[in-house]
Design a protein around this ligand. Structure first.
Ligand code: CU
Length: 88
């Protein structure tokens, strides 16, 4: 019983840390995207990327961090930006 509780506590702790790391990841990626977008000269691409950044921000605000990171990766691809992921 004692072992089971220790395992449960461990799993909860790991899940908690993972969530915090993910939650911190999005603003970091969004910042990189915003900095990179400033250098895009093509107005159409720029608008598209800005829209995706806004969506990523919204997903992050809603707590959907994994989706937000995915959206950031998509935006980076369109923008031609290489994102630096935070190492956990
Ligand atoms: Cu987030």
């Amino acid at each position: 019983m004692r072992t089971l509780m220790a395992v449960v506590a461990m799993v909860v702790a790991v899940a908690f840390v993972a969530t915090v790391v993910e939650a911190n990841q999005c603003p970091l990626l969004i910042k990189q995207l915003k900095d990179g977008t400033a250098k895009i000269s093509d107005a159409k691409t720029k608008g598209e990327v800005e829209k995706m950044i806004a969506e990523a921000q919204k997903l992050h605000d809603e707590g959907k961090h994994a989706d937000s990171v995915k959206k950031c990766e998509e935006a980076a691809k369109v923008a031609g930006i290489k994102l630096e992921m935070k190492k956990s």
